[in-house]
Write a protein that binds this ligand. Structure first.
Ligand code: ATP
Ligand code: MG
Length: 224
């Protein structure tokens, strides 16, 4: 954890060198630590040791612009791990920017940056929608994913899907795109294979960043 403390010290130093902000070091450190531990707590344990794996700033920039990041690649190539690392680092970058650049005003406590990352698999999402039809809650399931600040939608097209399922996914992606809410998606299918399944989804996702882990080894097998 040492490098995290170092990191926070640097933030405070940059706030001080920017000058004029009347907030205490302790306050900023505390707020950032709170955000950090919230994100770490909501990350499944097996992905936590990779949260600080290097992610280029240019990758995070896509999310700032409300665009999506699609991570494709074979089983065990590290897609979900990387999705969590990107989500964590983007959230921390936003939080740091917030304290340093954006909200020097007095109402900081009223507008702490939204740190919500929602993680689900595509299968689980569709299952939740199907199940909620009984109690009329499909809209609330959809609404949650539409509105969350950052969505990680894992294992897109892991199983064969009907047109209805494609409609749900394209609707979700479109809604988030329209409101400039970024998403990180993973799939074992390449963008070309996704295009074969549904070219509208492939076309939308191609506008964002597409990372291909094809050449990475299966980390699960390598470890054993
Ligand atoms: N850069 C890395 N170095 C070493 N191990 C890694 C790395 N990235 C991921 N791993 C490990 O490899 C395993 C598989 O990673 P992960 O679950 O992210 O793969 P995946 O591509 O999402 O697989 P799947 O297609 O089955 O969902 C995990 O145990 C993870 O901790
Ligand atoms: Mg995965």
């Amino acid at each position: 954890m040492k490098h995290i403390a170092d990191d926070l010290t640097k933030i405070v130093e940059s706030i001080q060198s920017a000058g004029g902000m009347n907030i205490s070091e302790d306050y900023v450190m505390n707020e950032l630590r709170k955000i950090q531990s919230k994100v770490i707590d909501t990350t499944p344990k097996r992905f936590r040791s990779h949260l600080n794996d290097p992610i280029p700033d240019s990758t995070l920039d896509y999310l700032d612009n409300g665009q999506s990041i699609l991570i494709t690649g074979a089983v065990g190539s590290g897609k979900t791990t990387t999705a969590f690392a990107i989500g964590y680092q983007w959230t921390m970058r936003r939080a740091k920017k917030f304290y340093i650049d954006e909200n020097a005003g007095a109402n900081r406590h009223l507008s702490i940056p939204s740190i919500i990352i929602h993680f689900t698999t595509a299968t689980e999402y569709l299952f939740d929608i199907r199940n909620s039809f009984n109690d009329g809650g499909a809209e609330s399931v959809r609404g949650k994913l539409k509105n969350t600040r950052l969505l990680i939608l894992d294992d897109l097209f892991a199983s064969k899907a009907t047109d209805h399922v494609h409609e749900e996914i394209i609707h979700l992606i479109n809604e988030r795109y329209q409101w400039e809410r970024p998403s990180i998606l993973t799939s074992n299918k390449s963008i070309e294979e996704i295009a074969d399944v549904d070219d509208r989804i492939a076309s939308r996702l191609s506008e964002g960043l597409v990372l291909n882990f094809k050449s990475k080894p299966d980390f699960r097998i390598r470890k054993d």
